[in-house]
Design a protein around this ligand. Structure first.
Ligand code: GUN
Length: 291
């Protein structure tokens, strides 16, 4: 029987722990605060940010949401970040990516105070992850680690394949999987759009993390029997539904679940974990800044 890993249930448990920590901090006079900044009118980005704000409310974190016109100048966004960096009630800052093309995303990420960088995207925090001395682990890869741990999937000595090399998921995921630490110690291969014979690599893997952003690209015939499949993809594809689209992962669920021992669904797999780990990082940020 294939295990369908329930990300909602695991995320709920993590959020309950985080909520307890938030309450303790509030009792000491520090209510954790998370500022989200959206400079986009992309529907998916709007949805993600509102889910993050709702999670704050449910976790005892003070959510502050700010929107900027997508046509505003880069300087306007950088000034907004400076203001949030200086605000002692704000412990975490998240600028929803992507930002418009006329804004240099690197400059944006570098402007955020590394102590408030709850995404873990600032070069200082990226470097700390690579060095095995993480302050804020990036939310999605950290969520995948927690999800594997909760599903009793041991990574120690296993062959892991990460499909996708993004700064947000693929690269940090590979870094966490190779760490000399629980949830790491995996022999890790990173595949991407230029990889020759992807199926050969994924078929040799005990654990496949699909994070390429290509709908249903990983099919059952690309997997080995008994593997664990984690689907990070969230792709909107046109469909005859009320909204005109449906969400599908990077994995073709039906064929993959025939092969895999354990698999995450989309939605209800990695997505809720990302948000839970954002709440975790925000409470950690508040704790670091108050201590
Ligand atoms: N866009 C897609 N995923 C993320 C994320 O985890 N953080 C931010 N800031 N933007 C994103």
């Amino acid at each position: 029987m294939t295990t369908i890993i329930d990300g909602n249930e695991i995320a709920d448990r993590i959020r309950a722990d985080v909520s307890d920590c938030a309450t303790r901090l509030a009792d000491e006079g520090v209510t954790p605060g998370l500022a989200t900044v959206l400079m986009s009118d992309d529907g998916a980005s709007e949805t993600y940010v509102s889910m993050k704000q709702r999670a704050c409310e449910e976790t005892g974190i003070e959510g502050i949401h700010q929107e900027l016109d997508p046509d505003a100048s880069a300087e306007t966004l950088l000034q907004r970040i400076d203001d949030l960096n200086d605000d002692p009630t704000v412990h975490g800052i998240l600028v929803q990516m992507p930002v418009p093309d006329h804004v240099d995303s690197r400059a944006v990420l570098e402007r955020i105070d590394p102590m408030k960088d709850v995404d873990g995207f600032h070069p200082e925090n990226v470097g700390r992850v690579v060095a095995g001395n993480a302050r804020f682990k990036p939310c999605t890869p950290h969520g995948v680690q927690k999800l594997l741990e909760a599903a009793d999937v041991d990574t120690e000595g296993k062959d892991a394949v990460v499909v996708g090399r993004s700064d947000i998921v693929g690269k940090p995921m590979a870094n966490l999987l190779i760490q000399k630490a629980p949830g790491g110690n995996a022999t890790t291969t990173v595949c991407h759009s230029r990889t020759d014979d992807l199926a050969e690599k994924t078929r040799a893997a005990d654990i496949v993390v699909a994070a390429a952003g290509v709908p249903e690209m990983i099919t059952g015939d690309m997997l080995s029997a008994g593997s664990t499949v984690v689907d990070v993809g969230v792709n909107r594809v046109e469909a005859d539904t009320e909204k005109g689209y449906e969400l599908v992962g990077d994995v073709e669920f039906e064929s993959a679940k025939e092969k895999a021992d354990a698999i995450t669904p989309v939605p209800g797999g990695v997505g809720p974990m990302t948000i839970a780990m954002l709440m975790y990082n925000t409470v950690k940020a508040a704790s670091l800044q108050s201590g």
